[in-house]
Design a protein around this ligand. Structure first.
Ligand code: FPP
Ligand code: MG
Length: 342
């Protein structure tokens, strides 16, 4: 596994591409808001060129674990659409909390229409997601996604609670990552198993795949904040520390055996300098210095190894699935995540 700039290609089967098209159609067919303004913000959010990773995983899990009747397939597509709607809603809220003006190389709803409209647009998407879930009519799946919403809030609060704190622990890091990111990944996987009436033990393994994938995804996100560029990411880099967040590479550097005690003290002092800086400009020099120290500490390689560890756990989770195109793609997605640049 490398973090070179070559973009890995991932082949999705024609059937999966067709199902994904149905997910996109389902998203664009949600009940339009009466407000013209919100119709615009929802359209802006739904067409922002996301990777559709959560729906892709959900759809793959569905076809890897059963042959669907027409009505089950429709349910799976709706559940996949719900996973993307909740994801987009979290970003609309998150951009307000993080005061982010750029995402996927486009101005955010908050930058274009303001914080209140961004929050309400997120709320609207959540309401429409609930409606879709009601139409699917499976109480367990409603419960799965209700738990996701609670997890998302918990994760965000855990992050706020520990931000600007140099003593942040790995426990807190994992709690935040599982709630903020992995929970939604695992919900789609679990729901696919539920729709397919799998034995509970197998449903739990699908859920675990999603959870381990989500953790690996979050760790790679953390890494990209240090090794990617704003151009590739479509949003600013070195942003986690600007927002007071000690992410995986920083936590690993702080416990690095490669850095001397003095260098680690210097790293801590530089992080404090970023946290205490009175202007955004004043953060730039220490941030670049921190990035150099992270590279020197071996934290970049160790972060990649950590993301790989969780990818391996996820592969183990789906070992029981029958060999086939879907299983191969579920493994390839994990590898693709480890090599992504955005
Ligand atoms: C992106 O994080 C944000 C999340 C994955 C989740 C945000 C969750 C909330 C705002 C809680 C409430 C939301 C709902 C809809 C229940 P990031 O800031 O690390 O990533 P970024 O760099 O892409 O912004
Ligand atoms: Mg953010």
């Amino acid at each position: 596994m490398t973090t070179t700039s070559s973009k890995p290609t991932l082949r999705l089967s024609d059937a999966l591409v067709r199902s994904l098209e149905q997910v996109k159609t389902s998203l664009l067919k949600i009940v339009p808001p009466e407000s013209e303004l919100m119709a615009e913000t929802i359209q802006h959010s739904l067409t922002s060129g996301g990777k559709y990773l959560r729906p892709v995983i959900t759809l793959l899990m569905g076809s890897a674990t059963g042959s669907f009747t027409k009505s089950l397939e429709e349910s799976l597509i709706e559940v996949a659409a719900v996973s993307e709607m909740i994801h987009i809603a979290t970003l609309l809220h998150d951009d307000v909390l993080d005061q982010s003006d750029l995402r996927r190389n486009r101005k955010t709803v908050r930058a274009l229409w303001g914080n209140t409209v961004s929050v309400l647009s997120g709320d609207y998407l959540l309401a429409q997601a609930s409606l879709k879930l009601a139409n699917v009519g499976n109480i367990r799946i409603v419960s799965i996604f209700s738990h996701v919403l609670a997890d998302l809030c918990d994760g965000e609060v855990e992050q706020i609670k520990t931000s600007f704190d140099l003593e942040t622990s790995w426990d807190s890091y994992y709690k935040k990552s599982i709630c903020k990111t992995a929970s939604l990944f695992s919900a789609g996987c679990e729901s696919a198993g539920v729709l397919n009436l799998l034995p509970e033990e197998q449903i739990q393994r699908l859920k675990s795949y999603g959870r381990n994938f989500g953790i690996s995804f979050q760790i790679v996100d953390d890494l990209l904040d240090y090794v990617s560029t704003a151009d590739e990411m479509g949003k600013p880099v070195l942003d986690d520390l600007r927002n007071g967040i000690l992410n995986a590479p920083v936590l690993l550097a702080l416990e690095s055996k490669t850095l001397t005690t003095e260098e680690k003290a210097q790293l801590r002092a530089l992080i404090q300098e970023v946290f205490l800086a009175s202007t955004e400009e004043a953060k730039e020099k220490p941030l670049l210095h921190i990035r150099d120290l992270l590279i020197q500490s071996g934290a970049i390689e160790r972060t990649i190894a950590l993301a790989n560890e969780y990818a391996e756990k996820a592969i183990e989770d789906i070992r029981f699935l029958p060999d086939g195109e879907e299983k191969t793609t579920l493994v390839d997605l994990l590898k693709n995540n480890l090599n992504r640049r955005q």
